[in-house]
Design a protein around this ligand. Structure first.
Ligand code: PEP
Ligand code: MN
Length: 364
C-alpha cells in the first residue's frame, strides 16, 4: 500500500488563528529580519494601520554563507512582544532548534514557522516537535517546504509536528532551490503544493511570494497565481525602509506597497467562472513568465555553442543553418495559426540576441 493511501494524519486540524475573523487571503507580513526596536515597531504600526493582523519577524536567520546577518537573536524578542502590546498584531518568528522554541514561547509568540533549510532536516524538525510537545502550549506552527523539491520530506516535517500534538498546522510554499540564474529566486514548481492540497484538503496553505520571487516587482503576480490556485493566504516580507534592510532587501516592500498589492488581488471563490477576463490575464502572465524562462534557457545553450565555436575557430553566423531553421519554424507556426511574418519577426529578434551573446563570448 502506498504511503498516500495509508496516511490518515492531519485530518483533524484546527483553524490556525481561531480568535481572528480572517477572510481569504490570510495576510502575514513583517520584515525578513528583526533589526531594531524602532524598525519593528514602525513597520508593525504601519501594517496594523493597513489592516494586517499577523506580524512576522525573523529573530534567528539561517544564512547560506557565514558572515551574513544571522539575526539579532533573543534581544529582539521583547521588541516583538512590544509589537503585540502596542498594535494588537499576533506575532510570529522562525525557530530552528529547541532553544529557539523555548525562548519564542516564553516571549509569547502566537505562531512559529520552520524555515526551508530546517524542514529539510528531520533531526532538527523532531527536536522542534519535542520542544513544542514539552511546552504543552497550543500554538500555530507553519512549515515551509524544504529547499529541495521533495513533497514527502515536507509532509514528513508536518507529521512530526502533528505527532507532537499540535493541531494548528499550516504549510508555507516558498519555492525550491535550483542551480543557476532564473527569473525567480526559488522555482515555484506549483504542481508540488497542488499535490499537497490534493492529499490534505484541510491543511491551510500559505504562499510566500517574497522568497519565491526574490524581487519585489514580481510579488503581486505570484500572489495572484497562488490565490488562483486556492491558497489560503500569503506571507509577504514588509519593512518600513526596504532598501536599508539587513537581509533580503530586494524582496521587501513597504507596508503601503503591501497594501496596494493586497487590495489589487482578485479573490475568486470556487463558483466564479474561470473564463473571465482577470483569470485569462493571469494565465497570460504565467505563460509570459514561462516564455521568458524558456528564452533564458535557449540563451544558455546559445552561449554553450558560442564557446564551442570559439574553441573550434568557427564563424558565429552560419547562414544555411539559420535559413533552415527559419523555414521550418515559419511552416510549423503557420500550421499553428500564426502568420509567417510574426514568426519571422520573433525568430529574427531571438537570433539577433543569440548572435550578440555569441559575439561577446568569441571576442572575450
Ligand atoms: C524567511 O522567511 O525569512 C526565510 C529565511 O525563509 P526561507 O526559510 O523560506 O528561506
Ligand atoms: Mn527573508
Amino acid at each position: 500500500m502506498t504511503k498516500e493511501n495509508n496516511d490518515k494524519t492531519m485530518t483533524d486540524l484546527r483553524p490556525l488563528f481561531p480568535g481572528l475573523d480572517l477572510s481569504r487571503p490570510i495576510i502575514i507580513a513583517g520584515p525578513c529580519s528583526v533589526e531594531s526596536e524602532q524598525q519593528v515597531l514602525e513597520t508593525a504600526r504601519q501594517l496594523a494601520d493597513n489592516g494586517v493582523k499577523i506580524f512576522r519577524g525573523g529573530i534567528w536567520k539561517p544564512r547560506t554563507s557565514p558572515g551574513g546577518f544571522e539575526g539579532i537573536g533573543e534581544v529582539g524578542l521583547p521588541w516583538l512582544k512590544k509589537v503585540k502590546e502596542k498594535t494588537g498584531l499576533l506575532i510570529s518568528t522562525e525557530v530552528a532548534n529547541k532553544a529557539h522554541v523555548e525562548l519564542a514561547l516564553n516571549a509569547g509568540v502566537d505562531m512559529v514557522w520552520i524555515g526551508a533549510r530546517t524542514s529539510a532536516n528531520p533531526f532538527a524538525v523532531q527536536e522542534i516537535a519535542d520542544a513544542l510537545k514539552e511546552s504543552g502550549k497550543d500554538i500555530a506552527v507553519l512549515v515551509k517546504n524544504p529547499v529541495n523539491p521533495d513533497l514527502e520530506l515536507w509532509i514528513g516535517a508536518m507529521q512530526r509536528i502533528y505527532n507532537a500534538g499540535i493541531r494548528r498546522i499550516g504549510a508555507i510554499h516558498r519555492g525550491f532551490s535550483t542551480y543557476g540564474k532564473h527569473l525567480y529566486r526559488n522555482m515555484p514548481q506549483w504542481h508540488i503544493p497542488i499535490e499537497l492540497q490534493r492529499r490534505y484538503p484541510h491543511l491551510p496553505i500559505i504562499c510566500d511570494p517574497s522568497h519565491i520571487t526574490g524581487k519585489r516587482e514580481l510579488i503581486a503576480s505570484v500572489s495572484q497565481q497562488a490565490l488562483d490556485m486556492n491558497f489560503d493566504g500569503l506571507i509577504i516580507e514588509s519593512h518600513c525602509d526596504p532598501d536599508s534592510a539587513w537581509s533580503d532587501k530586494n524582496q521587501q516592500v513597504t507596508p503601503d506597497v503591501l497594501n496596494v498589492i493586497v487590495n489589487n488581488l482578485v479573490v475568486r471563490d470556487e463558483t466564479t467562472s474561470t473564463e473571465n477576463l482577470a483569470s485569462l490575464r493571469q494565465q497570460i502572465d504565467r505563460i509570459n513568465d514561462e516564455l521568458l524562462e524558456l528564452l533564458a534557457k535557449r540563451m544558455r545553450v546559445t552561449c554553450e555553442i558560442g564557446r564551442y565555436k570559439k574553441e573550434h575557430k568557427m564563424p558565429v553566423i552560419q547562414q544555411s543553418r539559420y535559413n533552415d531553421l527559419m523555414e521550418r519554424l515559419v511552416k510549423n507556426g503557420e500550421e499553428l495559426g500564426m502568420s509567417a511574418e510574426f514568426i519571422r519577426n520573433i525568430l529574427s529578434a531571438i537570433h539577433e540576441e543569440s548572435v550578440r551573446q555569441q559575439l561577446e563570448i568569441v571576442n572575450k
